[in-house]
Design a protein around this ligand. Structure first.
Ligand SMILES: O=C(O)CCC(=O)C(=O)O
Ligand SMILES: [Fe+2]
Length: 346
């Protein structure tokens, strides 16, 4: 990815104002309306996650990637029909191109659920794969997953208010079991990667993403004007960004900016932990009736022919997983590959 960035900065918002006095909450919600409309990307401070937990997660993630390759391959994603587990760099694709990052994906811990022809997304439910060599990783990442789920849901409540809706406007499509995809990620340096594409340009799919970056920059965001800006790590913050679900639910009032990660320079590496809060797989994305003054800011929905999105939440998730992980699709879901033909429904 050859990208020239300009020194525009993303806004930072302080979540303690949302938990503060009624007037602090009101001004927080007003600021959020603008931020969601302009970028859908912002830094969050005042989130209440202890720095000690953040440090522990980053340290454990580095330990995981430093394990011998055989330990990581023992839990390779291709062994899981539920798209859980480890992927080597070069094994995931964005818009058909290889991404140069290794990662461990987990989601809500659970049991397999029978999938009928009307409910193919049930294949996404199931157990995670955990490394035997690092027994502490499971409790730690599940604790972190619970924390970022809390943040994501609180942010979603603030977003509902900022769109002139009741605080729980989205609850009926995420309760009682939102999708909780968590990835720990390592981007190898330019010398070890096959291209500059750490992860290719994309929008996230769900409600909101809660992103933790270690110290190496690399995340780039494309603004509405088509300019790429950098979103370097800022200690003590998360980056929050809205996903396509919110764009669709608000007829484009909320932006879900395209973004990607550039491979870090030779001899370096980059770590991040991305959490994607999504709706229940059996939910349908609603259309939110925005108040008149916000309705004027609706942009409509731009369709990406390579990645059409539908109102069925589970279909979107399943397609995005099948597309990103062709090896898992070929081994476990050959009967679903037809879903990936552009414009085809389930
Ligand atoms: O690693 C990052 O900083 C961002 C990753 C990302 O955008 C994604 O996984 O969707
Ligand atoms: Fe992303």
């Amino acid at each position: 990815m050859t990208i020239h960035t300009t020194p525009v900065h993303l806004p930072t918002i302080d979540f303690s104002r949302f938990y503060g006095t009624p007037s602090e909450r009101e001004s927080f919600v007003r600021d959020l309306t603008r931020v969601l409309h302009d970028h859908g990307f912002f830094y969050l401070t005042g989130h209440g996650v202890p720095q000690s937990l953040i440090d522990e997660v980053l340290l454990a993630s580095k330990r995981f990637f430093a394990l011998p390759e055989a330990d990581k391959l023992a839990i390779e994603m291709v062994k899981s029909p539920h798209f859980r587990g480890y992927n080597r760099a070069g094994y995931e694709r964005t818009r058909g191109e290889q991404d140069w990052r290794e990662q461990l994906d987990i989601n809500t811990e659970g049991q397999p659920v029978e999938a009928g022809p009307q409910t193919p997304w049930n294949r996404l439910y199931g157990p995670n794969q955990w490394p035997e060599a690092l027994p502490d990783l499971k409790p730690l990442l599940l604790r972190y997953q619970a924390e970022v789920t809390r943040i994501g849901i609180d942010v979603l409540k603030a977003i509902a208010l900022s769109l002139g809706q009741p605080e729980n406007a989205f609850a009926e499509i995420y309760e009682p079991s939102p999708s909780q995809l968590l990835k720990i990620i390592r981007y190898p340096g330019r010398d070890a990667a096959g291209s500059d594409q750490g992860v290719g340009a994309h929008k996230d799919g769900g409600f909101v993403t809660v992103l933790l970056q270690d110290t190496t920059p690399g995340l780039r965001i494309r603004t509405e004007e088509g300019v790429w800006i950098e979103a370097p790590p800022v200690p003590g913050t998360f980056i929050i960004n809205s996903g396509e679900l919110l764009e669709l639910a608000t007829n484009g009032f909320v932006r879900a900016d395209v973004h990607g990660v550039v491979t870090p320079p030779e001899g370096t590496e980059r770590f991040s932990v991305a959490f994607f809060l999504g709706a229940r797989y059996d939910a349908k994305i609603p259309v939110i009736p925005l108040p008149e003054e916000l309705k004027r800011g609706e942009r409509g929905i731009t369709a990406d022919p390579l990645n059409p999105i539908f109102r069925e939440v589970g279909i979107n998730h399943l397609k995005s997983r099948l597309r990103s992980h062709p090896d898992v699709a070929a081994r476990h879901h050959p009967d679903l590959i037809h879903m990936l033909e552009a414009g085809t429904r389930a």
